[in-house]
Design a protein around this ligand. Structure first.
Ligand code: FAD
Length: 452
């Protein structure tokens, strides 16, 4: 089959790779000059099958309300006027609220763990086949707590994960320090933690760009620096996709050429931008940007830096070592497509991340801000968030149109598996996991789909 994949983030590139493995003729379109230059660029680097709790839980509404006026809040929801684009934010917020109860939380966790386990196996397969090197560390993920009240609930969350097959366990501070001695400088503040040895970390950008190159070597056609303008539907099916080359002074292109791509299947994998594109042909999915930040610091004392990837419960950030650098990432602002880093709000959030690294790992890396002569490498990206945190993977009601988007906080973790599942569905195969694939109303079964 001829397949066009829109978007070359981790999701689009994984989809292309698995389609290629099944013998399809694949074209990938992206507006950027390379793969993984948007949300897959500088995330927290965690392959966190076991730390997959969605943001929507019974305590989230109260916390969001409390945090509404704090610029450095982990979860920031500042409502806009409920008209136009503001209406999308309100609608998303109300759908999120509907997920803030124990029954929905557990249902969502079950799905996220199923996709996570499937995806972890798929990632290991891809790494085995390709030998891609991406600063991978198979050292697990540890979650440390500084407040007793929060730590008291850690056992329940770990038990829920174990119920669905993930070996997350509660550990004392002493045990945590044996698992990751680099936390010792902060030990006086830590009341305990949890740990999952099977989780891992690695650089999503390096992996995605390397996989894209392998795809190209295998015959995938990458149309970089091309904007997807619209999906052209005739009747109830996609007839073509209109794309235009971006102007480039280096290549002497003033007005980019307009092209209409035709295919047997079109996969929308445009991250947060998938929703407006799909809505233009009547497919209305609640995928909305959840803006987050990261900072990547050069290590000054590599011997004191952590190898185990960690989650800081107090400020809800994740910390991962990537070669000679340490990355910290976190916070979510619901509903902003604005990627600027120089607003007072963005600056407050970046400063908070840098400060936290200095507090937890004092002197280990160069956390100086630019105005202090440092090079903190701040970055912001838009998580394609859904109210459940579960992505939409499957076929839409429009003929030839498929979707693989909405991976929220877990797109790197779920990337390889989402790409594989998408390629399987397009090829008429049944992915071996219990998951509600979009467009398959009775799709959730222990292995594969029950209805097509
Ligand atoms: C701060 C932060 C930390 C995170 N940490 C983790 C983590 O530790 N573990 C984890 O699993 N996940 C993490 N995530 C989530 C993860 O990064 C995302 O879920 C994932 O990158 C989404 O991938 P994607 O391919 O869907 O989107 P993207 O990477 O954004 O790819 C979409 C592509 O579509 C292209 N595109 C969009 N619109 C158009 C158009 N009109 N025309 C042409 N091209 C277009 C874009 O250029 C882009 O390349 C984090 C995210 C953030 C922001």
């Amino acid at each position: 089959m001829k397949v066009v994949v829109l978007g070359a983030g981790i999701i689009g590139v994984s989809t292309a790779w698995h389609l290629l493995q099944r013998g399809h003729e694949v074209t990938v379109v992206d507006r950027q000059p390379d793969a993984a230059l948007e949300t897959s660029f500088a995330n927290a680097a965690q392959i966190s099958v076991s730390y997959c709790e969605p943001w929507a839980n019974r305590d989230a509404p109260l916390k969001a309300l409390k945090w509404m006026f704090r610029d450095d809040a982990p979860l920031l929801f500042r409502p806009r006027m409920p008209f136009g684009e503001g209406w999308q934010q309100w609608r998303w917020g109300l759908q999120f609220l509907a997920q803030c109860n124990d029954a929905a939380f557990e249902r969502n966790v079950q799905q996220l763990v199923a996709l996570g386990a499937y995806s972890h196996a798929a990632l290991k397969d891809v790494v085995r086949t390709t030998g891609i090197d991406y600063h991978r560390l198979e050292r697990g993920i540890a979650h440390y707590y500084t407040e007793q009240k929060s730590f008291d609930t850690a056992g329940d969350a770990a038990a829920l994960m174990r119920k669905y097959g993930v070996a997350r366990r509660v550990v004392s501070t002493a045990e945590l320090l044996k698992i990751e001695p680099a936390l010792s400088q902060f030990a006086d503040h830590i009341v305990g933690g949890t740990y999952t040895a099977s989780d891992e970390s690695g650089d999503a950008r390096v992996f995605t760009q390397s996989l894209a190159r392998r795809c190209a070597d295998g015959g995938v056609n990458f149309l970089y620096s091309h904007d997807v303008l619209r999906l052209d539907a005739v009747g109830n099916a996609i007839e073509s996709v209109a794309i235009r080359a971006r102007p480039s002074s280096a290549k002497g292109i003033k007005d980019g050429k307009l092209t209409h791509l035709k295919a047997d299947a079109v996969v929308v994998a445009c991250g947060s931008y998938s929703a407006p594109l799909l809505r233009s042909v009547g497919v209305d999915l609640p995928i909305y940007p959840g803006k987050g930040y990261s900072a990547t610091f050069k290590l000054l004392k590599p011997e004191l830096a952590p190898f185990v990837s960690t989650i800081d419960d107090e400020v809800k950030c994740a910390i991962s070592r990537l070669g000679n650098e340490l990355r910290v990432a976190g916070t979510i602002e619901v509903g902003s497509y604005d990627l600027s880093l120089d607003t007072p709000l963005a600056k407050a959030r970046c400063r908070m991340l840098a400060q936290r690294i200095e507090n937890v790992f004092p002197g280990v890396c160069d956390t100086r801000l630019e105005e202090e002569g440092g090079q903190p490498n701040f970055w912001t990206g838009l998580r394609p968030a859904t109210p459940t945190n579960i992505p939409y993977i499957g076929k839409t009601k429009i003929g030839r149109l498929w979707v693989n988007a909405g991976h929220g906080t877990l797109g790197w973790t779920h990337g390889a598996g989402s790409g594989k599942a998408m390629a399987e569905l397009i090829s008429g195969e049944a992915p071996a996991m219990a998951f509600d694939f979009y467009g398959y109303p009775h799709g959730r079964r222990e292995s594969g789909l029950s209805a097509a």
